[in-house]
Design a protein. Sequence first.
Length: 488
Amino acid sequence: MSELRFAPLFGCLLALAAGVLTTLTASPFELWWLGPVAVGLLYLGFHALTPGQAALRGWCYGLGLFGSGTSWVYVSIHDYGYTGVPLAVFLTALFVASMALFLAVTLWLYRRLCGPRLAFLSFAGAWVLGEWLRTWLFTGFPWLLLGSAHVDSPLAPWAPIGGVYLLSLITALTGTLLVEFLVRRWWAAVPVAALWLVPLALPTQWTQPAGEPLRVALLQGNLDQLIKWTSEGQREAANTYSALTRAQPDDVDLIVWPEAALPMFEDQARPILERVQSNLSSGTALLTGILQRDAEGSYFNSVIALGEAEGEYRKEHLVPFGEYLPLESLLAGTIAFFDLPMPAMTPGPANQAPMRVAGTTIGNAICYEIIYADLVAKRARDSELLMTVSNDTWFGESIGPLQHLQMARLRALENGRYLMRATSNGLTVIVDARGRITARAPQFEVASITGEAQPMRGLTPFTRTGSWPTWLLAALLVLPGLRLGRRP
């Protein structure tokens, strides 16, 4: 493997193609088996590269991955950020090129520090450490992680044990081992077979039902984002969600409205909410996403409770450029895209109590938070159900909402918890404790779905520990490949 050499241009094209193949592993394509192929294409001949060439190869992979997989960024900037086509293209390209640097830095460091000894282990370990870096640096962007594609694959039973990063590690290790096998190192077939056959013997369910299921209704208003914050949009939102709520059957335990369902602050929406609450059936609770503000001038993206429910949740992990503006003193006012449609949000506290409905504890994650595996695991430790409210209107008709849903489903699987997901225009779903969709509303329509959400007790291994055991394992896999002071 280390003797293989490619022309620089061909190697970059190969890396670019590998990035596109990784996008095809995710929704809506779900060709999860391409994940090891993508890693293998990068691994081929990698140790014949200089560190600089390795960085370029990683950057090209990132261009392919984010250029194809996050094309929805253009939709958000152009369609909803009031930005012209040339500038929207430039900003999207800047985003893609910047995100690709994570792969460039990871592979530069790997090639600088590691040699060909046991490279099939160290390369896979470095891959996961790179994903870890992308998860938290500059607030993090754990979108299109290699393991996210496996919610429906034969590797899915690994998810409750080690979460998305263990799935990434197994996928990357499969890719490097397949390359070793192709260059006649036949022994590589044994660990590959083990990694993919062991799930057959793993438990299919780590948690158990806790009491009776809740009958829930999730509402989807399908409001036009471009007029949502106008007076007309506010009236339409109030009328739509009030009517959808009145139409629900009397035996529903919980009704859920999506993120910022009413485009106004809670104090402005209070008369509407009081009218809705007065019409709720006895024993019915309502949870809704809404914006809050306090006397100190802080603003929060929140979920509040009405009727037979207790508690509130304020979003902890905010979206840069969507809920607050980094480097605000430099960027504010320069172009329309940087002018937020609402005041900058304040993050909620780190340790918020779960909400309660009918004696059941509910852990929340608002919109973007659901892609953070460890944040959701922290919520799941203290709750029996998971809930996420979202406004995916910003994605338009792109592949973004489908990718977002796939990651949400993986959170349910990782933690052995049912997940209720209410969104503004789709995809609104109920997901069971094994990550399977049990009810789904049509996208881009005014709709509601009803179904059962079963509270679950007990913790999966991943819920107990989070991702740190996998990150530690990845670091240990890198150790055998370290040069120990020798120059590349």
